[in-house]
Design a protein. Structure first.
Length: 298
């Protein structure tokens, strides 16, 4: 497998409140260069991990004018974090507690947070329970309402389909599943996505998460309305907030994005052209938009 790490970070481990060993990547520039600027903490999606944020983390931590420390977290059961024997612990409340624990372990009293998909749902809970940790928030293709159609698509492709025999096939499978909604991606982007999603086991790519995480999707009763997080979203109203929405996303509707903007008049909405759920944050003009947002923060 090609080298997935270009350096630039320190591997860190910390222990959750229930004793699980959890993993983070710490992109920490020279301390003098970041004096007076808060760090950025990145939370990945349902089955994703710290590797999703590597290109963006390098850009932000190596910025020539306003670098910031960036910490990306692997949720329990994903990436280099330990799998939980109690599968019921794969829930938003427990995972929000893990993020709060990471902040304590790394001495972070306040930060700017980027949450992709499930990571953004976790930030809704943290905003309601530990608002003191949040200076500003970037939500990547997620809001208080999930579209059932999009969630069913995620359920189906995660629980079905063929397993790749090699890395070329891994990239091909991803392109087959997501190519229609990610028209902007080049061949190299699909290969990089494969390296972010899969782990190398004896030369073969294997999905880098506990299968129990996606098993839970099978139990959702889509005949009933999905619960929403509007009450928790109100806790974000005092914060600088940016929403990145994939142009072709099926999980976050334009109606929900519009209602978010109505309830949070200072919300900055950015459309990720040619991308679906969830946009890759290092492509196109997204890094420039994120940098501009960060420049307005402490």
């Amino acid at each position: 497998m090609p080298d997935t790490d270009a350096g630039g970070f320190q591997e860190r481990f910390y222990t959750s409140s229930d004793g699980l060993r959890l993993y983070a990547r710490d992109y920490q520039p020279d301390q003098a260069a970041t004096t007076g600027r808060l760090p950025v903490i990145c939370l990945p999606g349902l089955t994703r991990n710290t590797r999703d944020f590597h290109p963006l983390a390098l850009l932000l931590s190596r910025d020539t004018t306003m670098p910031r420390r960036v910490i990306a977290l692997d949720s329990r059961g994903r990436g280099n974090s330990a799998w939980d024997e109690n599968k019921a612990n794969y829930n938003l409340a427990v995972e929000a507690g893990d993020v709060i624990g990471a902040c304590a372990a790394f001495g972070i009293e306040r930060a700017i947070f980027i949450g992709t998909s499930r990571g953004g749902l976790i930030l809704h809970l943290i905003a309601a329970t530990r608002p003191d940790l949040l200076e500003a928030v970037i939500l990547n293709d997620i809001g208080p309402v999930l579209e059932a159609e999009g969630l069913m698509l995620i359920r189906d492709y995660l629980n079905g389909g063929r397993k790749p025999a090699d890395w070329n096939e891994a990239a091909d499978i991803l392109k087959e599943n997501h190519g229609a909604s990610f028209a902007v991606l080049a061949e190299q982007d699909w290969r990089e996505m494969a390296l972010a999603l899969y782990r190398d086991i004896n030369g073969r790519p294997v999905a880098d998460f506990d299968p129990a995480i996606v098993e839970a999707l099978k139990s959702i009763d889509f005949s009933q309305p999905l619960p929403d997080l509007w009450e928790q979203f109100e806790s974000l109203s005092r914060l600088p907030l940016m929403l990145i929405r994939g142009e072709n996303t099926s999980l976050l509707s334009q109606e929900t994005a519009g209602e978010m903007a109505r309830r949070h008049p200072r919300l900055i909405l950015h459309a990720a052209e040619g991308q679906g759920h969830a946009p890759l944050l290092h492509l196109g003009d997204i890094p420039t938009t994120i940098r501009a947002f960060l420049d307005t923060c402490r």
